[in-house]
Design a protein around this ligand. Structure first.
Ligand SMILES: NC(=O)c1ccc[n+]([C@@H]2O[C@H](COP(=O)([O-])OP(=O)(O)OC[C@H]3O[C@@H](n4cnc5c(N)ncnc54)[C@H](OP(=O)(O)O)[C@@H]3O)[C@@H](O)[C@H]2O)c1
Length: 186
């Protein structure tokens, strides 16, 4: 199963100067809990911002630079290669923006943290059609003395599309003639 995990601000910012412009320890703990014992796939810049492989996870880094090698990291030249190299059933796409954009049509689940604040940034989460997803809220935290920002952990699951081959035929058959020349669908 391929899953996106990301944290974004109200204005969709996910990064600035190859770093994340907020520190929310609970979100880091949540990220660790959700992604542990899985494969994680990230872009080369995201890996550089983290600076090391993340423990208890199979780390896969996307890069076109074939000569790159990092300790405890599997290098993949494409997203498809990353999916084939991953040895865990659960494969998390952990960013950055270009990788999220490419992976969005391929995933059925997203763990999204929304931070209720506007941040300056240079990297953004891609737009997606919310009507095509069911959203459930896992946790909401209010801003208070302990929490610098309000935030929400949510899970988006892609809605299933039910295709009905004879839909048009059935609709036509349902037409009613009201007798005064007006046709209604029921
Ligand atoms: N808030 C969050 O949840 C979150 C999560 C992750 C990252 N971030 C932030 O996002 C920013 C980094 O994101 P970014 O979009 O600038 O960079 P990125 O996606 O992390 O890395 C881009 C690089 O990854 C490689 N790459 C991407 N797609 C590839 C593909 N399909 N095949 C092969 N290689 C591919 C390329 O490396 P080469 O140039 O080496 O070929 C590309 O230049 C940072 O600010 C980071 O802190 C935020």
């Amino acid at each position: 199963m391929k899953i996106i995990i990301a944290a974004m601000s109200r204005n969709r910012v996910i990064g600035k100067d190859n770093s994340i412009p907020w520190i929310i320890p609970e979100d880091l703990k949540y990220f660790k809990k959700v992604t542990s014992n899985s494969s994680i796939v990230m872009g080369r810049r995201t890996f550089e911002s983290i600076g090391k492989s993340l423990p208890d996870r199979e780390n896969i880094v996307l890069t076109k630079q074939a000569e790159l090698h990092f300790k405890d990291i599997i290098i993949a030249p494409s997203l498809q290669d990353a999916f084939e190299l991953a040895t865990n059933k659960r494969i998390f796409i952990i960013g950055g923006a270009s990788v999220y954009k490419e992976a969005l049509p391929l995933v059925n689940k997203m763990y999204l943290t929304f931070i209720d604040h506007y941040f300056e940034g240079d990297t953004f989460f891609p737009y997606f059609d919310k009507n095509k997803w069911d959203m459930s809220i896992k946790k909401e935290v209010k801003k208070d003395a302990k929490h610098q920002y309000a935030y929400m952990f949510s899970v988006f699951t892609r809605k299933k599309v039910i295709r009905c081959k004879n839909q048009l035929k059935e609709r036509t058959a349902d037409k009613l003639n009201t007798g005064n020349g007006i046709e209604l669908f029921v």
